[in-house]
Design a protein around this ligand. Structure first.
Ligand SMILES: [Zn+2]
Length: 271
């Protein structure tokens, strides 16, 4: 941290996690002795093109990423959108979230995972508890974390989805029940599903029953109460979590026919 602050000054240190300026990582690698590829994988730009297609702005990047596949709804129900400046999974404000259990077990070196700061996870895949927002976060993280948060157990359908995502980050693949898929495909299918459950029910014909069941099974309003469409990435964190819960519920049903509240939902994945 001292080296980063020395090279970067008092500016937002989180910017380095997203897309450090050209030459910055090379400087840190030479001064710290840490391998450049290791450093690059510690940034979001290092996850291009798996997690994000590109950091270069492209007018149709949203539809290329989100509308390429179908998971829950046929493509005929989908809307092509325009989202200038959009990048998959990158929120306007980066979350500062931790797992209370991970944190309690790492007093000397608190565990902060960059992926947990994106609206990709709801829970800690290891401990199965909700990630909690850090209060009073600052760039010199360690002293400002509220270590008093009690872990809240996440529903197993949420943890299951988060473990798939964790596997994508750590191995590059996801072992789904019927087949293994590449991490890049997992991120896109998950983002597609989130978009599908955001579709207005008035566009979905008979499939509107499916969407209503998914949301009502969680006790949430349709589209997490959003009356008009916005890219998932710019929604409030609490609303993003509701979308992720709805996605997890949808995914869990496919292998759980005993879930009577969602009894007639069938997932199909077109790749
Ligand atoms: Zn944990």
């Amino acid at each position: 941290m001292d080296l980063l602050l020395y090279e970067w000054g008092k500016r937002q240190i989180i910017d380095l996690d997203i897309r450090p300026p050209d030459g910055f990582l090379e400087t840190i690698a030479s001064r710290s002795g840490i391998d450049l590829n290791t450093l690059r994988c510690m940034t979001i730009v290092g996850w291009v093109p798996w997690l994000i297609d590109s950091f270069d702005l492209d007018g149709d990047s949203f539809n290329c990423y989100v509308n390429q596949f179908s998971v829950l709804l046929p493509k005929k129900f989908r809307l092509m959108r325009t989202a200038p400046g959009w990048r998959a999974w990158l929120p306007q404000t980066i979350y500062q979230r931790v797992c209370p259990v991970c944190l309690s077990k790492s007093i000397e070196k608190p565990i902060y995972k960059l992926a947990w700061q994106l609206p990709l996870f709801v829970s800690c895949p290891v401990h199965g508890c909700w990630l909690e927002l850090v209060r009073g976060y600052s760039d010199n993280f360690h002293s400002s974390v509220d270590r008093g948060s009690l872990p809240r157990a996440a529903d197993q359908v949420i943890t299951k989805m988060d473990r798939y995502t964790e596997q994508a980050f750590t191995t590059g693949y996801v072992n789904l029940p019927r087949r293994n898929i590449h991490a890049g495909l997992w991120y896109r299918l998950l983002r597609t599903l989130i978009e599908e459950i955001s579709t207005p029910v008035t566009r979905c014909g008979a499939q509107s029953k499916t969407l209503k069941k998914i949301w009502s099974s969680l006790g949430y309003s349709l589209r997490a109460g959003k009356l008009y469409w916005q890219p998932f990435e710019i929604l409030e964190p609490a609303v993003q979590v509701q979308f992720l819960e709805a996605a997890a519920t949808t995914l869990s049903y496919d292998r759980n026919p005993r879930n009577k509240s969602l009894g007639d939902i069938r997932l199909f994945i077109v790749t």
